[in-house]
Design a binder for this molecule. Structure first.
Ligand SMILES: [Zn+2]
Length: 225
């Protein structure tokens, strides 16, 4: 029997006032509300359709940052690197979040996604599941593992996973919000949205069930279509 479709509201905040320059690349914000609505969200929903979960755009807002601490946070994020075990620096997420008026969001209503120019140190996205918050960068140096200057993320990637795309990162981080974790390195099956060796866009049956159960917990009785 086919499970009923669950809809989850998601609100995007496009941060426009963080000037970030790395290796002479001025990472100006380029992602538009039209690209989010017409390209990114359909791709995220294509990936999540196997779980009968549909992300519904509740809004796209321009977001501004507090001027207090902005220069210090920007410099910190630009210089953030992964540690010797490959973990990204959690401080940069805390610092970035301190610049936003998060108290204006009602986490009961939607998952809030903040899109900044760059997240630092080959990182493209970060989720805070408990707060229903996601941070995303629209410029990346992950494909080159930081060896080359940052470049614009691909909006979508046709065909199998090669370097990943902004849309896949959105789908991955939303997976964390719905309680999904990274698989153990080397553990099959492969081609998974949540990572592991040889990543891709797939969700396992366990992940689909966990995501649906978490949705019920996070949003009470979810909207059904
Ligand atoms: Zn992850």
């Amino acid at each position: 029997m086919k499970q009923p479709k669950i809809q989850i509201p998601v609100h995007f905040h496009l941060v426009a006032d963080l000037l970030m320059v790395k290796r002479e690349v001025a990472m100006t914000p380029w992602l538009t509300p039209e690209q989010l609505a017409k390209t990114v969200l359909p791709e995220v929903n294509r990936i999540w359709s196997v779980a009968q979960i549909e992300w519904k755009l509740s809004g796209v807002s321009p977001a501004t940052t507090r001027s207090e601490g902005r220069a210090e946070v920007t410099a910190y994020v630009l210089n953030a690197v992964r540690d010797s075990e490959g973990h990204s620096d959690p401080e940069r997420v805390k610092k970035l979040l301190s610049l936003f008026a998060l108290e204006k969001n009602d986490p009961k209503v939607a998952v809030n996604v903040y899109v900044v120019p760059y997240l630092g140190g080959t990182s493209q996205g970060h989720a805070l599941p408990g707060r229903k918050l996601v941070l995303l960068g629209q410029w990346t140096d992950k494909p080159s593992r930081g060896k080359r200057p940052p470049e614009k993320c691909l909006l979508i990637e046709n065909g199998p996973f090669r370097q990943g795309s902004f849309s896949r990162t959105v789908a991955h981080e939303l997976g964390h919000v719905l309680g999904l974790k990274h698989p153990e390195p080397g553990a099959p099956p492969f081609h998974r949205l949540m990572g592991g060796n040889d990543p891709g866009n797939d969700l396992t049956d366990d992940e689909k069930n966990t995501a649906r159960k978490t949705t019920a917990v996070l949003f009470g009785s979810p909207t059904r279509a």
